[in-house]
Design a protein around this ligand. Structure first.
Ligand SMILES: Nc1ncnc2c1ncn2[C@@H]1O[C@H](COP(=O)(O)OP(=O)(O)O)[C@@H](O)[C@H]1O
Ligand SMILES: [Mg+2]
Length: 367
């Protein structure tokens, strides 16, 4: 069993930078946990503390039932894959993959068996005699992963392993690491700044900002129920649209008034929104929850807003519309065959059952 548990873990670097701030995170046995956040938010530092490459300033880390704060990296039974593959240039692929096992004095037969098995899984058997310089980026990355697999660790740690690959190879390796997890059935903590990787690979996602964990949940829960405005804006592409405005009540109905556009709030949200009547608020709507009225039969009139269509971007499978209320710009993702005229008024429909509201001061989700 290899669950990993971080309890109140902080890291303060000499000079006073608090890179990680009281992180509590429980990774279950065999779970694929993705730690995601913008550059500099403390992801690598967190991972390096789990690996034993960085001292912990405060808190405890457990691997399995064992507190590992003072256990050296080599005794933690983990393997780490980095962004820069750090292969030894003068060694062949076989030698690179077997290096750690040779250091541990494993029997030769066992080493050959493990390297062959890993090479098989990764489809790099024919490369075993090559030197790293004779490999493509994707192949080098596979070797780096292979070097970790042969160790048969309790826990894999990945730190942005796909960042150096081109877009197409990234997508391919993403799927392969996913498959690898299903096959190896080990606990993985995977660090990335890429929210698409987080969404597609993680059993659960831990979103981090400024050293603080913001939310830990499965990808769909994070997407549908972000805990605050930061998570709402970070997860999803294009990002959630935000507009500042005010909650108003007229004839027993409650509306969000943006200044130029006004939309009616669904009754399910009334209870949560009522304390904000007359107050400023942040409204959020995802681009896929906005429709061109032309393609909606029977749009409720109070959900229709007139905006200006500034740019039209065909993506092939869909179209992005860059819209402007004259106070806020926002993006709608509409059907591939929609082609509204640019720089003209356009009526769009908000799916008001899908919108989000955030407290303007705390930026916490209201509903
Ligand atoms: N060795 C170090 N000494 C001082 N500050 C550091 C050191 N390593 C990282 N930091 C700082 O800690 C913060 C988090 O860094 P890091 O964990 O690498 O972020 P991420 O991996 O999310 O991009 C950053 O502000 C970074 O500058
Ligand atoms: Mg990093």
């Amino acid at each position: 069993m290899a669950q990993v548990s971080l309890r109140g873990v902080s890291k303060v670097f000499p000079g006073g930078v608090k890179a990680v701030n009281k992180v509590n995170l429980g990774v279950e046995n065999k779970e694929f946990m993705v730690l995601v956040g913008p550059s500099g938010c403390g992801k690598s530092t967190t991972l390096r503390m789990v690996a034993g490459l960085e001292e912990i300033s405060e808190g405890d880390i457990y691997i399995g039932d064992k507190k590992v704060n003072d256990v050296p990296a080599k005794d933690r039974d983990i393997a780490m894959v980095f962004q820069n593959y750090a292969l030894y240039p003068h060694m062949s692929v076989f030698e690179n993959m077997s290096f750690g096992l040779r250091l541990r004095h494993l029997p030769k037969n066992e080493i050959i068996q493990r390297v062959n098995d890993a090479a098989d899984i990764l489809g790099i058997k024919r490369l075993l005699d090559r030197k790293p310089r004779e490999l493509s980026g994707g192949e080098r990355q596979r070797v780096a992963v292979g070097r970790a697999i042969v160790r048969k660790p309790l826990v894999f740690l990945f730190d942005e392993p796909l960042s150096n690959l081109d877009a197409k190879m990234r997508v391919q390796m993403r799927t392969e690491i996913h498959k690898l997890h299903i096959r190896l059935q080990t606990t993985i903590i995977y660090v990335t700044h890429d929210q698409v990787e987080a969404m597609t690979m993680g059993d659960r996602i831990a979103v981090m900002k400024d050293g603080v964990l913001q939310q830990v949940a499965d990808p769909i829960a994070i997407y549908d129920h972000p805990k605050n405005k930061f998570v709402a804006g970070f997860i999803g592409s294009p990002p959630m649209n935000f507009m500042e405005g005010r909650i108003v009540k007229k004839n027993g109905r409650i509306y969000f008034d943006e200044g130029k556009i006004i939309v009616k709030i669904v009754e399910d949200m009334h209870k949560a929104i009522t304390p904000y009547i007359g107050k400023e608020i942040i409204f959020g709507i995802r681009s896929e929850d906005i429709y061109d009225k032309l393609f909606v039969s029977e749009a409720p009139p109070e959900n229709v807003v007139r905006v200006n269509c500034e740019v039209y971007e065909p993506m092939g499978s869909e179209v992005y519309l860059y819209l402007n209320t004259s106070k806020h710009t926002f993006i709608a993702r509409v059907g591939a065959h929609d082609k509204p005229k640019v720089n003209q008024d356009l009526d769009v429909v908000f799916d008001m059952s899908k919108v989000h509201f955030f407290n303007k001061d705390s930026e916490e989700t209201i509903v």
